[in-house]
Design a binder for this molecule. Sequence first.
Ligand code: PEP
Length: 250
Amino acid sequence: MREKIVAGNWKMNNDLAETEELISKLKLQMVKEPEAKVMVAPGFPNLYPTFQALKDTPVIVAAQNMHENESGAYTGEVSAAMLKSVGVTTVILGHSERRAYFHEDSAILKKKVLTAINNDMTVIFCFGEELEDRKNDKHFDLVEKQLKEALFDLPKSAWKNIILAYEPVWAIGTGETASPEQAQEMHKHIRTLLDKNVGKEVADSTSILYGGSVKPNNAKEIFAKEDVDGGLIGGASLNAVDFVAIVNSF
Ligand code: PEP
């Protein structure tokens, strides 16, 4: 069964005090057992305090990135073991900002995914086309390439730990959203690719989230589409009222 998931990516926002304030507001706003699985991804220094503050709730704490090696001389990097030692077993990989500003390509992402899987972590794998690709009608091919290069060699057993997040780059932080029909069209394409390349069971059971300017006023329509299983939320996840409204949009 595909899970409904809403994940908030807090990016490089909020110091410790601001993080604690946002968590307090979230705890006040959120019902005890939301219909969707809820995740939040604070910056590295705030992972442990967030984990501690949310451990009596169903909210899962995720990291925004992780290094592909297990340990060693990689100054400034964070390993899977470090994350797990502070209670974090979910990681966002392949976000378009990591791809664009930190040059993370499919080869690196493939290693990161494998390292996460080998450490029994859950991966929220992000991918999606740029505006130019869509204008040139290359968006379906581009998405296929991103998935093929990073994920389709994984053993079938790994897929129980993979959540996909389709995030058209032109819709991230821009206020521009893919229409519910555009989201559904791509999500269906992704599910067909899973079926073809990995198998029907995985296609039927993998959650595919949509990300790109999801707000309380458009979440319901997008989440209502057959192949959309929830959302990865950037800007709106920094506001507890908005985020909880999105969580409640199923
Ligand atoms: C994101 O960064 O993953 C994202 C979807 O951002 P926003 O919701 O702000 O477009």
